[in-house]
Design a protein around this ligand. Structure first.
Ligand code: SAH
Ligand code: SF4
Ligand code: F3S
Length: 474
């Protein structure tokens, strides 16, 4: 029997993947000749910053295989969906989208459709895709995105349906190609997975246990990004405050921040997400001393009621959270504190929501994402009693939302008249005479300017507060 490309593949990573990228390039080149048009790809990303970063890596792999990135999903030859399953509406959105594509898929039989990410880690989802969406050719999970080229080779070499989902994470593979969405800012994974098992949350099940990257790899990546022109990095992890746990001799998160601060060319440092239970005084001190760490902290509250927090397994009380938030406000007065809140957790009462609303007024959040509780299969909360009816949830959700909006409007207004440094991100969508950028505290500012400012840090005077954003001038 003739030797296949799989027999000759290197066993070590990332060499193995570079080998498959080369092979995919040859195989796709042949397909291109058959079809008489250059092949293209499209990646659709759902969910959080982790997924966004994973998609940048997969985009890098696809581009290295010689494919062109296309804006047009239905016309693309390889269509990849990186999915999210944090709440049921995320799943429904994806199935709806996939159904529409399936209808159009009939016209493009040569197209390769691939689904990966958090939904693919759930067996029910793989089953549903295999049964009802037969045009999906490749399914893989969150732990093996670096193998995209290999999976595509398997399909190109004759495997009609390739399914490769790992129930546990494998090694952390470094040095995979990546193409960033923005030339001037980038996410940097510092850890993967989560060990916290909040009772409502699916992430530990679909992303695996918590694993930190080596500090020297993180610094090396930041240095490389800086030499590529990146000015802002966002350090990513489900709970960055527990960075380094489990690596012998590892540095802590505040120490890591100090190291990233030393990287020349990096002007701004952000991070997501900070679990309140592990936020140390050292972190507050490092933020306070830093010239580069942005004046913003995302500190998910989830609920203002100690009873509900306990049922959620958040491991802090209402008092502990409040004390922490007040300490941060005291030490770093110009900081923005944002949060996540869930309404409708099993057993939640109107009094519990009162506690949440009270907390919103005490902390005075600069911004908050409010979510309706969504039961996730396999999580402890999914089998808890005491779910409230829809009308109750709608009413209480609105109450929380109003409190958040009132506070954040007031908080945003406190910067009027200041001159702030803004990283310009884009031309304003509505008015091409304006550019849009972000202040250190993450608020958006629109001001007169042109394309040449994109990616630059400029000083802008805040002349008018529009509620949740500013108008300004240089
Ligand atoms: N690791 C982060 C959160 C990641 S998920 C942290 O612990 O802070 C982002 C947000 O989604 C969570 O903060 C929570 O508010 C919300 N969320 C997670 N699971 C949910 C569920 N089952 N229903 C509704 N909201 C949920
Ligand atoms: Fe989910 Fe909790 Fe982990 Fe955040 S800390 S990802 S909410 S389990
Ligand atoms: Fe969604 Fe997975 Fe992120 S479930 S929120 S994409 S970790």
């Amino acid at each position: 029997m003739a030797e296949s490309i799989f027999d000759m593949a290197p066993v070590t990573e990332p060499e193995r993947q570079y080998y498959f990228i080369e092979n995919a390039r040859v195989l796709l080149g042949r397909k291109e000749e058959e079809l008489h048009h250059p092949l293209s790809f499209h990646v659709t990303t759902f969910g959080c910053q982790m997924n966004a970063r994973d998609s940048e890596k997969m985009t890098g792999i696809l581009a290295d295989m010689g494919l062109m990135e296309s804006e047009n999903e239905t016309e693309s030859d390889i269509v990849l969906f990186n999915t999210c399953t944090i709440r049921d509406n995320a799943n429904q959105k994806f199935y709806g989208h996939l159904g529409t594509l399936g209808g159009k898929n009939q016209r493009n039989r040569d197209r390769i459709v691939a689904v990966c990410g958090c939904m693919a880690q759930e067996p029910e989802c793989v089953e549903k895709l295999s049964k009802s969406y037969k045009f999906v050719n490749i399914i893989f999970g969150t732990h093996n995105i670096y193998k995209l080229a290999e999976l595509i080779c398997r399909h190109l070499e004759g495997e009609e349906h390739v399914v490769d989902v790992w129930d546990k994470p494998g090694e952390i593979v470094e040095d995979i190609p990546s193409i960033r969405k923005y030339p001037f800012k980038s996410g940097v994974n510092i850890m993967f997975g989560c060990n916290n098992y909040c009772t409502y949350c699916i992430v530990p099940y679909v992303r695996g246990n918590e694993r930190s990257r080596e500090a020297k790899e993180i610094i090396r990546e930041c240095e490389k990004l800086a030499s590529d022109g990146v000015k802002e990095v966002m350090l990513l992890g489900q709970n960055v405050n527990s960075y380094g746990n489990g690596i012998e001799g590892s540095i802590s998160f505040p120490e890591l921040l100090r190291e990233v601060e030393k990287v020349d060319g990096i002007e701004r440092i952000r991070f997501m997400t900070s679990h309140p239970k592990d936020l140390s005084d050292e972190l507050i001190q490092v933020m306070k001393d830093s010239k580069k760490i942005c004046r913003h902290i995302h500190l998910p509250l989830q609920s203002g009621s100690t009873r509900i927090l306990k049922a959620m397994n958040r491991r802090y009380t209402r008092e502990q959270y409040l004390e922490l938030a007040m300490k941060i406000r005291r030490e770093i007065p110009d900081i923005a504190i944002t949060t996540d809140i869930i309404v409708g957790f099993p057993g939640e009462t109107t009094e519990d929501v009162d506690d949440t609303v009270d907390m919103i007024h005490r902390v005075k959040y600069d911004g908050a994402f409010t979510f309706v509780y969504s039961p996730r299969t396999g999580t402890p909360a999914a089998s808890m009693d005491g779910r409230q009816p829809k009308e109750w949830i709608k009413r209480e959700f609105d109450r929380v939302l109003t409190a958040v909006q009132d506070e954040s409007k007031e908080m945003a207004a406190r910067f009027l008249g200041n001159t702030e440094t803004v990283l310009v991100e884009d031309i304003n969508e509505q008015d091409p005479g304006l550019v849009t950028g972000r202040m250190s505290n993450n608020l958006m500012v629109h001001f007169p300017g042109d394309r040449s400012l994109i990616g630059k840090l400029v000083d802008v005077k805040l002349t008018e507060c529009k509620g949740f954003y500013y108008m300004g001038e240089r």
